[in-house]
Structures are given as structure tokens and as C-alpha cells.
Design a protein around this ligand. Structure first.
Ligand code: FAD
Ligand code: NAD
Length: 155
């Protein structure tokens, strides 16, 4: 099967959009990811799948922790930025919670320490044990990704 057929089919599965963030050697690093899932309630686990070509892969391996920032519909530009799709560089203001850099104004921020990893083909699944959650009372609507395009609820 060719890659395009696979990606087109996977693109039929509508998802939210996250930015995975971590701090490494005094610098904040972020990467856009939609391969995110809630896994277990006891213990509280989530998983994010990170490609081996992504710099984030080597970085999370070393930091042993990450935050998953669930984006709102107003944060499409942040998704493009952390996917390397913007030409210009941008200064992003992060908030710090429990030693994690997080994106303010996200739907929620899920702070994790790496619980376990599983190599799956050209990606590694990073299971995170959730250590803290930040959630707004009225976060607004989520940013969605469907058929390779950004959407929002009702569109
Ligand atoms: P880099 O190329 O190192 O960084 C990406 C961009 O973020 C760069 O432009 C960099 O300048 C910017 N950046 C990083 N840190 C900061 C900072 N502190 N301040 C300002 N800018 C910063 N890939 C996956 O592996 N798994 C997925 O689930 C996944 N889902 C995706 C979903 C969508 C909707 C999209 C658009 C892409 C997705 N990708 C996913 C692809 C992934 O986001 C890109 O391939 C990414 O660029 C690779 O990450 P990297 O660590 O090599 O990033
Ligand atoms: P697309 O048509 O490439 O993506 C549609 C769907 O295909 C995605 O939601 C994802 O489920 C799957 N997919 C795409 N690339 C994949 C990969 N390398 N490994 C595993 N699954 C993948 O959408 P697009 O707008 O062309 O994507 C923009 C860029 O972001 C592309 O370079 C794409 O490879 C990358 N991306 C990577 C992942 C991932 O690694 N899991 C997920 C989404 C997008």
C-alpha cells in the first residue's frame, strides 16, 4: 500500500490537536502532535506517538517528562509553528507549572512523567503518567484536524 492511501484513510479519523512541550538544557521545545490518546485511569496514563525523525523524540527520551497542551480553535498558528510550517520564528510565552513549560490558554495542559515507551515501527509510543492537570473553567472550542485540514466544531 502506498503512504498516501494510508494517510488519506487515517485523515478520515477526526482528532484534536496538541503541542507536546518539554524543557531540555534550559530551552523549551515544542512539537505538534495529533497522535494522542487517554489510556488508563488507574494509574492515570496517556500516550503520544512521536516519529523517530523528530527532534522531540531524542529530547523526551532524555528529559523523561513532557506536557500535552490541548489546543483551542484560536491556536491554529501555534499548531503550524510547532509543526515547522511557519517560515518565521516566533517568541512564545510559556507558563511554568511543576517544572513544565506549558502553553497558556490551551483547553487543558496534561503534565506527565514518562511511564514507559514502546517502539512501534518508525515512531515510539511515549506513555505518560499524569502528575498534574491545568484546566480553564471556560476554555472555548477545540482545534480539530480532519482530512489534513484544520476545522472547528460546527464547520
Ligand atoms: P522541530 O523542527 O525541531 O520544531 C518544530 C518547530 O517548532 C520549529 O519550527 C521550531 O522553530 C518550533 N519551536 C520549537 N520549540 C519552540 C519554542 N520554544 N519557541 C518557538 N518555536 C519553537 N509528528 C509526530 O511525530 N507525531 C504526531 O502525532 C504528529 N502529529 C501532527 C499533527 C499535525 C496536525 C501536524 C501538522 C503535524 C504533526 N506531526 C506529528 C509532525 C510534527 O509536528 C513535525 O514533523 C515536527 O516539525 C517535527 O518535530 P521536531 O521535534 O523535529 O520539530
Ligand atoms: P496528512 O494527510 O499527512 O495526515 C493525515 C493523517 O495521516 C494524520 O492525521 C495521521 O493520522 C496520519 N499520518 C500522517 N503522517 C504520518 C506519519 N508520518 N506517521 C504516522 N501517521 C501519519 O496531513 P498533512 O496535513 O499532510 O500533515 C502535515 C504533516 O504532519 C505531514 O508531514 C505529516 O506526515 C505530519 N503528521 C505526522 C503525524 C505523525 O507522525 N503521527 C500525524 C499527523 C501529521
Amino acid at each position: 500500500m502506498d503512504d498516501r492511501t494510508f494517510r488519506n484513510a487515517m485523515g478520515k479519523f477526526a482528532t484534536g490537536v496538541t503541542v507536546v512541550t518539554t524543557e531540555f538544557q534550559g530551552e523549551v521545545k515544542g512539537m505538534t502532535a495529533n497522535a494522542f490518546m487517554s489510556v488508563s485511569l488507574d494509574p492515570k496514563l496517556v500516550v503520544v506517538s512521536i516519529g523517530h525523525k523528530a527532534r522531540m523524540h531524542d529530547i523526551v527520551k532524555q528529559t523523561g517528562k513532557f506536557a500535552v497542551n490541548l489546543l483551542t480553535r484560536d491556536q491554529e498558528d501555534l499548531s503550524r509553528l510547532f509543526a515547522g510550517q511557519l517560515k518565521e520564528e516566533r517568541d512564545v510565552a510559556f507558563e511554568w507549572v511543576d517544572g513544565h513549560p506549558i502553553l497558556p490558554d490551551a483547553m487543558a495542559n496534561v503534565l506527565c512523567r514518562v511511564h514507559s515507551t514502546y517502539v512501534a515501527g518508525d515512531h515510539t509510543l511515549y506513555f505518560g503518567e499524569v502528575t498534574h492537570i491545568v484546566m480553564k473553567d471556560e476554555p472555548g472550542d477545540p482545534l480539530l484536524f480532519f482530512e489534513g485540514k484544520y476545522r472547528s466544531i460546527g464547520q
